[in-house]
Structures are given as C-alpha cells and as structure tokens.
Design a binder for this molecule. Structure first.
Ligand SMILES: *Cc1c(COP(=O)(O)O)cnc(C)c1O
Length: 468
C-alpha cells in the first residue's frame, strides 16, 4: 500500500471533513499532504500540487514561508498565549496599531475573534447593540445581497444567501432583507459593469427608504461575492451604498474576509470606492494563511456608545477563548512586513496582467459564458449554453471533473460548482500562471465534452456545489 493510501485509510476511519459528503471518498481519493513549499503542496508519495486557490483563499505568501516561520518561532519562545481580558501583549498591540494605520481613515478600534464567521457575528452583534445603547430599539434587522456568503455560524448564515449552505437551516435563521446583487454576470448584453451596478443600486435604495427605521446594518462582500461563485461588481455600488447608509442612518459592514489583503488589486477592496465602512471584517490572509484569526475594525463613534460605567450594562461582553492569540498576531505582523517590504500590491499588477492574458482564449470557448477578473482573482464560468448562459444542472458536477484533471496534472484547482477560478498565492510566477491556465483549459475541455447522465431532482438547492 502506498503511504498516501495508508494515511487516507487512517483518516477516513476517524475524521469528518469540512464541506464534504464523506461518501464521495469511496471514489474520490483524499490527498494527505506531507509538506508545503512556496506555491507547492507535496503528498506522501512525493507528488506535488500547485496551490491555485491559496488553500481556501488564505495563503498569500506561500507555504512554509521562511520569514513568517521565523517570526512565529521567535514568538513561540516568548509567549504562546495569554487570555486577552485584563491582559495584553506586544504582538496584539503592534498588530492593532498597524491595522488601524493601513485601513481607511476612521477605523480606530480593533476587536479580535478566532475565525471569519465569528468576526461576522461580532459585527452583527455590535451593530445591533449600538442601536440599543443609544435608545433606538427598533433597529434590529440586517440587509444582505442575494448570493452572499458570510460564514457558517447561525447569524452569519442568516446574512448569507448561497442556498446550498443555508436552505437546510432556514428555520434557525434570522429574518433579513434580501436585496438583488449587483453581480455583473447578470448584466444585460452590451452593458458595462459600472452602469449595471449603478442600476442595481435602485433596489437597495428602495429597501433602505422603506425600512431604515428597523434596519441596524447592511452587510456586503465588497467587489467579489466569493463562495457565491466569484461573482463580481463595480466599486460604484460601494460608493452609492456608503452614501445611502449615511442618509438613512444605517451601519455599513464590509466583509473583506476573502477580498482583504490585496486580492482585488488594492490592499482593501473599499479603497477602490474611497469609502470607510462602519465595520471592516478581516480574516483569511490576515495571518498569511498560517493561523486562525479575525479582526473587526470599527469607528470611535461606535466604541464610545459602549464606553460607560459598568453598572449601565452597555459593555460588549463577547469573548472567544483564543482572542488575540500571540502566535497568530506574530504571523500577521510578518505577513504585513512582507506586503510593505516587498511592495506586493505594485508587484501583483504584473501577475494580474499575466492572469488576464493567460486565460483570455477561454472567452471563445463554446461552453464558457464569461472570464472575469478583479485584481488577483480570475473566474471562468462554464455553461451548458453560451448564448443563453444556461447553467449545467448542479447534479452533473462538471467542476469536479476539472478538479480531478488538475490533481492529475499537479494543480489544486477546486471549482465552485461550474466556476473554475484562480486565487493563487502572490509568490506565484508568470510561468506557473501559464501552467495553471493550460491545466484549466484542458480540464474545461474534458468537463464540458463529457456526457453526464444524472437524474435531475426538482428544487435543486443551488448551482454552486463545492466538489469535495
Ligand atoms: C471564508 C469567509 C467567511 C467565513 O470565514 P471562516 O473563517 O471560514 O469562518 C466569511 N465571509 C467571507 C466573505 C468568506 O469568504
């Protein structure tokens, strides 16, 4: 038995994997990874895979990055962890100062949690609690865009709208206002992104005009709806939204958990609209993909509404055990050093341009409806019919065929349903981008040519199916 097989068997007898129908692994081999090195992951049989999706969008500077490794090792010998209530430490103070400095002006306070979903919970709870603290007891509801994803905990699911992840749990969810997304894939033929996103804002304006008295906050994924299939929109929507939230006295929550730290071409997506949200949620690439941590930044105005004598019971009594973990802070500081010292945002422009040229030919593919890009994210949408953009039935799992072909060729490309995408580490080379484009092209050819017969059930939950 190969080493891979023996680790796989031991794994499958005790583990339950995330976002996975475990029965799939009767056919689909699990890949045990022995080591990582830059953009490469290596399994126990020595086969290497180029990590084209940054291990679920977290790894921006490669695996086992020597600079991040060293910083964590140094921190480990000083202090591994201390509770953050009543105590503090050097890395958490330095990281907070730095996040305040590099984010848009006005975000002056940082609250930490240990993953993205709990960061969203904090933003929602803080917004709700703020209105309560200032005596606006009716402002209790949230506005979200269709096709949004904000995480897996119950309130985070409530503000999400990817049916695959939320439909089952509907009876548990908060009642939210859902506004049609400015997603430019849906724009009329011949219309530009800006015009479409601007037009779609009318729905948001109407919801805010009618219901602002009961709305606490609007939450959006700026510029890219990630788990909803890497759907993209124009920054004008964010400018219009900031303006409307001010007019209607509603908080604006930017979930930059996936898009923060350079993914959209600027350090933070909100920079492209020149706006400051009331809450900025960060995670994923925050620690360079090393350790779980999230940060929620907010304004002094919000902070002051909680600042009072203990007996007024206005404090935000929310905690996660590992809040502000020093090792995670050290990883984040090393990651921010690399951004600064290596001029990453500027250097990424050449890589983004290469991603564009390397995938341009796919626009002419008979089963590709769109190749879209925002900064360091490229998505290729496979469809059954190009002219009408008719999607493949989700049950056919075409993306899974691309995934399997890519593994065979030595790349980790894990499509979202029929959307093949690259979100590579920023340490990727132009040649490696070309390699990924070749692998994706072959995979798309294979996946779209395959005759697939499956019973198509009624009421399909979503066109987006993670293939795992
Ligand atoms: C991944 C993600 C989350 C959830 O983060 P977790 O760390 O997986 O809980 C929330 N919002 C967006 C936009 C994400 O991409």
């Amino acid at each position: 038995m190969s080493l891979n097989d023996s680790w796989m068997q031991r794994d499958l007898s005790v583990l339950w994997h995330p976002c996975t129908q475990m029965k799939d692994h009767e056919q689909l081999p699990l890949i045990p990874i022995r080591r990582g090195d830059g953009v490469w992951l290596e399994d126990f049989d020595g086969k290497r895979y180029l990590d084209a999706v940054s291990s679920w969008w977290v790894n921006v500077f490669g695996h086992a990055n020597p600079r991040i490794n060293q910083r964590i090792k140094d921190q480990l010998d000083q202090l591994e962890h201390v509770m953050l209530a009543g105590f503090s430490h050097q890395p958490v103070v330095e990281l907070s100062e730095r996040l305040v400095r590099i984010t848009p002006p006005g975000l002056d306070r940082v609250f930490y949690t240990d993953n993205g979903s709990t960061g969203i919970e904090v933003a929602l709870k803080m917004s709700f609690h703020y209105w309560r603290n200032i005596g606006q007891l009716n402002k209790q509801r949230f506005v979200t865009l269709t096709n949004s994803y904000h995480g897996e905990t119950v309130a985070a699911m409530s503000v999400g709208d990817v049916a695959l992840f939320t439909d089952t749990y509907k009876p548990l969810l908060l009642d939210t206002f859902k506004v049609p997304s400015p997603d430019c894939y849906a724009r009329p033929e011949g219309m530009g992104w800006e015009e479409h996103s601007r037009n779609m804002f009318a729905h948001m304006e109407q919801t805010l005009a009618e219901h602002h008295g009961e709305i606490a906050a609007v939450i959006v994924e700026p510029l890219i709806q990630g788990a909803g299939g890497m759907r993209m929109y124009h920054p004008i929507y964010l400018s219009l939204l900031r303006d409307a939230c001010d007019r209607y006295d509603v908080h604006l929550i930017h979930d930059e958990i996936a898009v923060g730290f350079g993914r959209t071409g600027t350090m933070f997506a909100c920079e492209q609209a020149g706006v400051t949200p009331d809450f900025l949620c960060l995670s994923k690439a925050l620690t360079g993909g090393y350790l779980p941590m999230a940060a929620v930044l907010t304004t002094d105005k919000l902070y002051q509404a909680f600042y009072d004598d203990y007996s007024t019971l206005r404090a935000f009594l929310h905690s996660h055990t590992y809040t502000g973990n020093p090792l995670a802070c050290a990883a984040a500081l090393a990651t921010l050093d690399i951004f600064e010292q290596d001029g990453i945002i500027e250097a990424n422009k050449a890589l983004a341009a290469r991603m564009e040229t390397a995938t341009a030919h796919l626009r002419d593919h008979p089963n590709v409806a769109e190749v879209r890009q925002t900064g360091m994210a490229v998505a290729i949408e496979m469809v059954q019919d190009k002219a009408s953009k008719t999607p493949y039935p989700w049950q056919e799992r075409r993306g899974l065929k691309v995934y399997q072909h890519a593994l065979h060729r030595g790349a980790l490309l894990r499509p979202l349903g029929s959307v093949v995408y690259f979100l590579p580490p920023y340490t990727i080379t132009e040649e490696q981008i070309d390699f990924l484009a070749d692998v994706a092209t072959e995979g798309i050819d294979i996946a779209t040519r395959a005759a697939v017969s499956v019973a198509v059930a009624q009421g399909a939950p979503s066109e987006f199916r993670d293939p795992g």
